[in-house]
Design a protein around this ligand. Structure first.
Ligand code: SF4
Length: 293
């Protein structure tokens, strides 16, 4: 078997930056907590936990010691979370990705513009309901936006009159959504809307370019081993993209999940992953596949 790792797979810039900031802080000593998992990858979380990074959820904040440092991950957080952390006396280590920060700012500006023109205007976010980045975006406008995950949801909202097509709409996307799915949503609204529709192209460039590259990668290999944490939203989207091009796509979270029976002797194997998959894990998986026979 020949095994190749996708050169474009591995952490995106926002995750590299957040983990780098965490490691720098840990090297200085003191207690560092991440508010929610810093990356949706169990293996990398384990590595960082061994280095001293503790993960804590908002409802458990009272358990952290006074004066501890709290890290806001690359996804960002809603403004009330910052206020709450300050009230509790924690130091904030803000690792929000600069691309997400710009998106938050653009959403605030669009909301003000929309409502200064017409009170009926609506802001729509294409993203995963409940995802941390989406919660951070909603927090910029006090939750006054509609979140949709797919075409079925938006058509139910327009058909039910919840999302008015005769009032202006400003449309944004979570940074890690699929470009093809966003394009379908835009086409749908363009056909339905009688009032102005303003589309903001806010899928992260690093994510968008991976979609094209990953399509060719999945097509040019006999079998794809897609490595990502099971809770990674970007992982689910990219794995499905691979599966659409290559039916022999297997999603694993760690080396332990590899199965010898998936492989044929002359297979040209492709190993790839999400923006939350560390490069070291891809390398471990590739080495384990090479050692299967
Ligand atoms: S996917 Fe893009 S926007 Fe999101 S954290 Fe990574 S670099 Fe930032």
């Amino acid at each position: 078997m020949k095994v190749e790792i996708d050169p474009q797979s591995g952490f995106c810039g926002g995750v590299i930056r957040a983990i780098g900031m965490a490691e720098k802080r840990l090297a200085q000593g003191g207690e560092l907590y991440s508010l929610g998992a810093i990356v949706h990858n169990e293996m990398e979380l384990e590595r960082l936990a061994q280095a001293g990074l503790q993960t804590i959820e908002t409802d458990m904040l009272a358990e952290a010691p006074e004066g501890a440092s709290m890290l806001i991950r690359a996804h960002g957080a809603p403004p009330p979370v910052y206020a709450h952390l300050r009230d509790l006396g924690y130091e904030i280590v803000d690792c929000t990705c600069p691309v997400v920060l710009r998106l938050q700012k653009d959403i605030r500006a669009a909301y003000e513009r929309l409502h200064s023109q017409t009170p009926e205007g609506q802001l729509v976010i294409f993203g995963k309901i409940g995802h941390a980045e989406v919660m951070g975006l909603l927090g910029q406008v006090d939750g006054d936006a509609v979140v949709v995950e797919n075409l079925d949801q938006i058509s139910a909202l327009t058909d039910g009159g919840v999302l008015r097509t005769d009032a202006p709409v400003e449309l944004f996307s979570q940074t890690t959504m699929g470009p093809a799915a966003y394009a379908s949503l835009i086409r749908y609204l363009e056909e339905k809307m009688t009032a102005p529709l303003t589309v903001h192209h806010t899928i992260c460039a690093q994510v968008a370019s991976r979609h094209d590259a990953l399509t060719s990668f999945a097509l040019s290999h006999d079998i794809i081993i897609f490595v990502a944490g099971k809770s990674s939203s970007n992982g689910k989207v990219l794995c499905q993209l691979c599966r659409n091009c290559n039916i022999r796509t297997c999603h694993i979270g760690s080396v332990k999940e590899l199965r010898r029976e998936w492989f044929r002797p002359d297979d040209n194997v492709g190993v790839c992953g999400a923006t939350s998959t560390p490069r070291w894990l891809l390398e471990n998986v590739a080495a384990a596949i090479e050692n299967l026979h």
